[in-house]
Structures are given as C-alpha cells and as structure tokens.
Design a protein around this ligand. Structure first.
Ligand code: 2M8
Ligand code: MG
Ligand code: MG
Length: 269
C-alpha cells in the first residue's frame, strides 16, 4: 500500500501540531517499507520540517494539492518533473502564490468583502492566530502556490466570494480552521491521482489509502481505495460524502494509529 495523509488534525494534533502517539504507527509503517505521503495545505518548508522530524523520505504533496515534491532518484520511471533545491524534483499543478495574492486583492476591491491573507499579516499575528511558534509561523507564511485567508464575512456572502474566485480562476478549500485559496482545478485528489500513477508505473498495482479530517480532504479521500476519516478534537466527524468511507472513532493522531492498526490487520502485514 501507499498511505496518503493529511497533517493538521489528522497525523498532527490540531492544537499542539504534534504527532504524539502516531510516531509509533509511523515507525511500524516504515519497518514494513510502506510509503507515507503527506498531502496537506502545509507548505514545502513546513513539510520538510516534519519529514525531517519523523525520518520520512517519501514524496509529498503541498499547499492543498498544488505541487508534488519527489526526492531525486525515488522513481526511476520517466516523469514530467524538474529538479529543484534540497535534492527534490517538482511537479507543479497549481498557480503561483504571487498571482493568487494579486487576484485576492482585486476581489476585495470588486466585492468589498473583508478577509485577510497571511501575506498581509506579521509573523507575530500568524503565530498568535495559529498557535504556531514564530519559526513555524514563518514556514507557514512561505507560500509558493496558495494563500491562507481568514474571512470576516458571514455564510450569506460565501456565494458571492466563491463566484468572484472562479471568475479569477481560483477556488477555496476549508481546512481544519482556516481557508486556503488555490488555482481552479487544484485539489488534493488530482495530485494523489498523479502521484499514484507514478507509483503504479514503478511498482505495478498498488493499494492507495487516505487519511483526513476536513472538507479539503474529500477529493483525496475520493481518490483512494481505502478512505479513513478521523474525528475532530470534539469527538465528532466532519460531515463528508465519500463512498466507502471508514469513520475512525478517535480524533487526530490517536485516530491515525487506529486506522493504521486496522489496515495492517486487514492486509495481514
Ligand atoms: C493552514 O492549514 C490549516 C490545516 O488544514 C487550515 O487551513 O485550517 C495552512 O496555512 C497551513 O500552512 C498552516 O500550517 C496551518 C496552521 O494552522 O493553517
Ligand atoms: Mg486537516
Ligand atoms: Mg491540511
């Protein structure tokens, strides 16, 4: 199998950003040579830091499906990727962050709707808002293919906002707490399909597994053979429509462990 996993609220605790008990489950997968592919709204800088911390060397999908990073030499099959820094190859699927930020400023003028992006805040503000230490807040702000926004308007204005986004070739996804804007057509699911195809070219048939907690995980959960949904910290599940979905009766990293346990038992691994 290949595991595609969300980070915040799934592998990481939504509030402490720590994998806690999931470290052990990560190690169990690694002992069995099972790839763990991060698929999150987090940036390249943020994900590199967690990969280092957990000793994970597999490809990773950043900024809500906007880009795939692959360690050089990981696949030997031909692929449309170009070399970049840190010994990585990149497959860009989304739009550059600078374009997204420019369009968001235009949308604000056109609609009069009130929202703020990370790029309009100080490191201290983002740290305060997210509960991340300043260094980690800086990594979250180093966005290459998306912008995270905090909206200051009610449900009635969402239709207008979404229409303006589409007119500018953009789309917005709800994460665990905030909203992240990416290029239209970008989502976690299409990145999973693309990367799963590379695994298939390299290894033949593979079983794909997905773990998530939030609405932005739905396209990823729909793209995999075995979709798992962990609980929110309050012990409820996000209401999502995914065929074959397995709800796990525990939140975040605790649920992550239970899902891995279930999977390894089912596959007799
Ligand atoms: C944003 O992601 C979260 C998790 O899905 C969200 O949208 O609620 C992103 O900006 C991410 O890069 C950042 O680390 C996180 C901090 O909570 O917020
Ligand atoms: Mg999440
Ligand atoms: Mg996420």
């Amino acid at each position: 199998p290949v595991i595609f996993t969300d980070l915040d609220g799934t592998l990481l605790d939504l509030h402490t950003y720590d994998p806690g008990p999931a470290r052990e489950a990560v190690a169990r997968l690694q002992e069995r040579g099972i790839p763990i592919v991060f698929c999150s709204s987090k940036t390249r800088a943020e994900q590199l830091s967690y990969r280092r911390q957990l000793g994970i060397r597999d490809p990773f999908i950043v900024e809500n499906g906007a880009t795939i990073f692959i360690p050089r030499g990981y696949f030997t099959v031909p692929r449309e990727a170009r070399p970049t820094s840190h010994g990585l190859e990149v497959i860009e699927l989304g739009r550059p962050a600078a374009e997204i930020r420019r369009a968001l400023r235009e949308i604000r003028k056109e609609t009069g709707l009130s929202f703020r992006g990370y790029h309009e805040m100080t490191v201290e503000e983002v740290a305060e808002l997210t509960g991340l230490p300043p260094e980690a807040a800086r990594r979250a702000m180093t966005r290459e293919y998306s912008e995270t926004i905090i909206v200051d308007f009610g449900p009635a204005d969402w239709q207008r906002f979404n229409a303006a986004l589409v007119a500018h070739g953009l789309v917005c996804f709800a994460g665990g707490r905030f909203h992240t804007v990416v290029g239209l057509g970008t989502d976690k699911g299409q990145a999973v399909h693309r990367l799963a195809e590379l695994y298939r070219q390299q290894h033949g048939a593979i079983l794909t597994v997905g773990l998530g907690d939030s609405p932005n995980d739905v396209p990823m959960l729909r793209a995999v053979d075995r979709p798992f949904l962990v609980q929110r910290p309050d012990g409820t599940w996000e209401s999502v429509d995914v065929p074959g979905l397995v709800p796990i009766p525990a939140p975040g990293p605790e649920g992550w462990c239970m899902a891995v346990e279930q999977l390894l038992t089912q596959l007799a691994l």
